[in-house]
Design a protein around this ligand. Sequence first.
Ligand code: AMP
Length: 191
Amino acid sequence: MTHTRIMLLGAPGAGKGTQAALLADKLGIPHISTGDMLRAAVVAETPVGLEAKAVMEAGKLVSDEIVIAIAGERLAEEDAGKGFILDGFPRTLAQAEALEGVLARIGSGLDCCLAFTVDSEEVVQRLLKRAEIEGRADDNEETIRERMRVYDDMTAPLLAHYEKRGLLVEVPGRGTIEEVSEATIGALAGP
Ligand code: AMP
């Protein structure tokens, strides 16, 4: 398996975070989640956290400027040199272009974009269930709908962007965590 610079794409609740953690563990490379970094910043009440809190609670996107800065800093850390699983970044075309710039500067590039496909009603049900279990502030029904809309408007265009670059691999997000994990590993191994 040669792919180690991997990004995961998919609607909220498509199972990206779970699969990112499993894959990072399996490949021994860092799981880089801008959502996790932003939640930590909110808890720590850093300037970024203070700015991001209300935006996240409303289910909207934090500014490109902020997320590009935090993702860029994280990717520059030594452990990301051998590869990474990007989870939740990039989410806009501007972020995708910035990522290409960051990686080009360190003489690297993405190996592939794994896109998790799921039925949107199934996703809403998953998110409502996760809301109950984790009590995430951005997992109420209204916010979930807003996050889906934001995904369709801002993030779904990345599918065509990565398809054009020959980097897109679709993974059916249906089934148990184990089934999706197997499909993910299979997708990385190629045909
Ligand atoms: P996630 O855990 O990836 O679903 O992210 C939770 C929330 O953090 C999102 O709904 C956004 O408000 C914010 N966020 C995370 N990553 C990004 C990103 N790449 N661009 C903009 N906002 C982001």
